[in-house]
Design a protein around this ligand. Structure first.
Ligand code: 5GW
Ligand code: MN
Length: 345
């Protein structure tokens, strides 16, 4: 009884003190930045007005099998990275649900692709198949960089698809064509794409699509796991390991091996990625070193330290030269076989 009385007394006393002096102030450091942000390289201010209009659209009723926590759709593959990014595999998602959700957002996706020199021959196969299978029913702007605009075949695209042909110079060394992609993408984001699209994907032109590639690919930062190295131990992956290169990944590190042929994400994340990778390429050049797999090595370094928020399984970039294992149920996109000597020189 006594103890209770004491407690009440203490509470009354405290209330009196707080009432008289105010709540004790815990001092905070005055807005010290936690880390230094290099404005020139990593920071991009997108002109953006937060839309507070709320419209309630009525979605059509959908019937689909109920999901159950104890019944995973697939148990033969990894569905989630250790940092909780989903890995997209056939059989794990319902495209109708995704489409219905995304249609409300009305997003525009940009695709940057290059057809320089002899690679113009791949334009028709790429655009023809992408028109049919890439984000079918959603708005897509294809940005095609070429040194031969006159050779772009005239093709009828779906009404929600648009093609922009952007003239570009050719480079004498083939490595430079693919390495400069990063620089060209980053400067076009700065000058126009940030006003034109919500998401941006970079894709090789020497590929064709065979199955739908839909809104399941859309996320903030997206990498595709290479079909060549999807089961290799990290130390036998093709990462650049020489510490002299800016693309170097120390041994014992590495998550997946990502393909430079297909990556993307939100416009500002792709800006950060391409700017950082091109900076690495430029510094390597100045130091007289070229990373093992060129811009792909720099991409892998970047994605190791800036974890992708979503990963595409090798279904999304299957190399024709490989025989397909059971876990890769569909070949959505695949490289076109090419005679390297004939096409590159
Ligand atoms: C030329 C010679 C060697 C390597 C690349 C090229 C090359 C690449 C070219 O002459 N023209 C060209 O437009 N490219 C672009 O870079 C294409 O968009 C191509 O898809 C991309 C990457 O080069 P790839 O596809 O030869 O690289 P891999 O690793 O897929 O064989
Ligand atoms: Mn390619």
């Amino acid at each position: 009884m006594d103890i209770r009385k004491e407690h009440i007394l203490v509470v009354i006393l405290m209330a009196g003190i707080i009432g008289f002096f105010g709540i004790p102030h815990i001092s905070q450091p005055s807005c010290q930045p936690v880390r230094q942000v290099d404005l020139d390289e990593t920071f991009l201010v997108l002109p953006r007005e937060t839309d507070l209009n709320v419209t309630f659209s009525v979605l059509p009723r959908m019937s689909y099998p109920q999901p159950f926590l104890d019944k995973p759709r697939r148990t033969d593959v990894l569905l989630m990275s250790p940092w909780l990014a989903p890995i997209v595999w056939e059989g794990t998602f319902n495209r109708d649900i995704l489409n219905a959700q995304y249609r409300q957002k009305n997003v525009i996706v940009g695709v940057a692709t290059f057809a320089v020199k002899k690679y113009v021959r791949f334009i028709e196969g790429f655009l023809g198949s992408a028109n049919k299978f890439f984000l079918s029913g959603h708005r897509v702007n294809f940005y095609l960089f070429t040194d031969h605009p006159e050779k772009v075949p005239s093709m009828k695209l779906a009404p929600e698809k648009r093609l922009f042909i952007i003239p570009v110079q050719n480079y004498s060394r083939w490595q430079d064509i693919s390495m400069n992609r990063m620089d060209i993408i980053s400067s076009h984001i700065r000058s126009r794409w940030r006003y034109e699209v919500d998401y941006l994907y970079s894709m090789d032109i020497d590929v064709q699509m065979f199955e739908h590639i839909g809104v399941e690919i859309i996320d903030t930062l997206v990498g595709t796991i290479s079909s060549w190295q999807y089961t290799k131990p990290r130390d036998s992956n093709s990462y650049e390991r020489r510490p002299e290169s800016r693309a170097a990944i120390p041994s014992g590190e590495g998550d997946f091996y990502y393909a430079a042929s297909f990556y993307g994400g939100s416009v500002s994340e792709v800006y950060r990625l391409t700017t950082a990778c091109f900076k690495g390429v430029t510094e390597d050049r100045a130091n007289g070193i070229e990373a093992k797999w060129h811009e792909e090595s720099h991409l892998n370094k970047y994605l190791l330290y800036h974890k992708p928020t979503r990963l595409l399984s090798p279904e999304y970039y299957w190399d024709e030269e490989l025989s397909r294992p059971r876990i890769v149920r569909v070949k959505r996109l695949s490289s076109v076989r090419k005679d390297l000597k004939e096409v590159r020189f």
